[in-house]
Write a protein that binds this ligand. Structure first.
Ligand code: X2X
Length: 349
């Protein structure tokens, strides 16, 4: 073949390659529904997060009279457990729908690191001031601009630090301890600033690593501690520092969204909002409104739960301030300022 015919063959090849894409598109024309949609989460229905996804799935099935059927894939199994690839997979259509953590999507959407700024807010009122206010709306716009349709907020919870070795009351107590951290580099920075030895790994890999002692600690909300039975993975010490909130977002792939009738879109949106509100209440159960029974539940497992004095807390805040400042620039100083102003009235003492 000479060069010209090679080029022609190449062009024909690319048309052939494009064809399946066109078929997929037309299959997604408005009103053409899939038999079943695939919804991704990291954890299953033993956790508030997975329950929140299940509530959404059931509401959508009931309210659409079964027109939209959804199957849940916990363990981010559609992408082999690699939770930091979840957002790209939703965008590409490997995943149709998700209830996802802002942490796992922040490698693609740098603004989502906002919620991982250490000690931005330590209470539910502060988190609500963010997600329910102008900051939340802006974050939703950013998700939408990135090509995914965001519908509602949920919540994994405030993340507490745990370990197998000893009580943590100061950054000095973290020195040299090996921690599993989640997928955004801000967590590496934060734990390094505290003198610890962080390793980034997926939730699936974290559990065997804790069991074998390859890592000695981790950070996750107390509901995750209980559902995942972290006391059986050598986690005997919990410090309730509440250093970052971990909101969830209910989303749909854009092509799937446009394939639904406007009426069905509104059903799915309203169901996400209802499910998200119900999920947030579940995530806060035993951790709010004068009912702190979840802390007692963790203690009942033989785990020492430490509360910090304001002075002790301040030491963690000061040690991580350079990381806060560094990441505020990455996230966008205007958005961070807006967030600080939103949480300011909710700061206690
Ligand atoms: O991996 C984690 O620690 C988890 C389950 O909390 C998230 O997906 C952010």
């Amino acid at each position: 073949m000479d060069r010209r015919s090679l080029l022609k063959a190449g062009a024909a090849g690319s048309v052939a390659l494009a064809a399946p894409f066109i078929v997929t598109r037309s299959a997604l024309a408005q009103g053409k529904y899939k038999d079943e949609y695939r919804l991704s989460t990291v954890v299953g229905t033993a956790f508030p997060w997975g329950k929140g996804a299940e509530i959404w799935i059931n509401l959508v099935r009931e309210r659409t009279q079964g027109r939209i059927k959804i199957k849940m894939y916990p363990g981010v199994s559609l992408i082999n457990g690699d939770q930091t690839r979840e957002f790209s997979a939703i965008r590409q259509g490997v995943i149709d729908m998700a209830v996802g953590s802002t942490i796992n999507w922040s490698p693609q959407l740098k603004e989502l690191n906002l919620f991982s700024l250490p000690f931005l807010t330590r209470n539910h009122a502060g988190l609500d001031a963010l997600t329910r206010g102008a900051v939340g709306k802006q974050i939703m716009k950013i998700v939408e601009k990135a090509g995914v349709v965001p519908l509602a907020w949920g919540e994994n919870g405030f993340r507490e630090v745990t370990n197998s070795k000893h009580e943590i009351r100061s950054p000095a107590d973290m020195k040299g301890l090996k921690f599993r951290v989640v997928g955004s580099p801000i967590f590496n920075d934060t734990f390094t600033a505290l003198g610890a030895n962080p390793t980034q790994m997926s939730w699936a890999d974290a559990q065997p690593a804790l069991a074998s002692g390859a890592v000695e600690g981790q950070e996750n909300p107390l509901h995750v501690f209980i559902a995942a039975k972290l006391q059986n993975l050598a986690q005997k010490f919990v410090t309730r520092w509440g250093y970052v909130a971990d909101p969830l977002i209910y989303v749909v792939n854009r092509d799937i969204w446009t394939s639904w009738t406007p009426a069905d879109r509104e059903i799915v949106r309203a169901a996400a909002i209802d499910a998200g509100n119900e999920e947030i209440a579940i995530a806060r159960k035993g951790l709010s409104g004068g009912d702190m029974s979840l802390v007692k539940d963790v203690e009942a497992l033989g785990v020492k739960v430490t509360e910090l004095t304001p002075a002790e807390l301040l030491a963690f805040q000061q040690a991580t301030k350079p990381i806060y400042d560094k990441w505020a620039k990455v996230i966008g100083p205007d958005l961070v300022k807006q967030a600080e102003a939103a949480v300011a009235p909710t700061r206690k003492g």
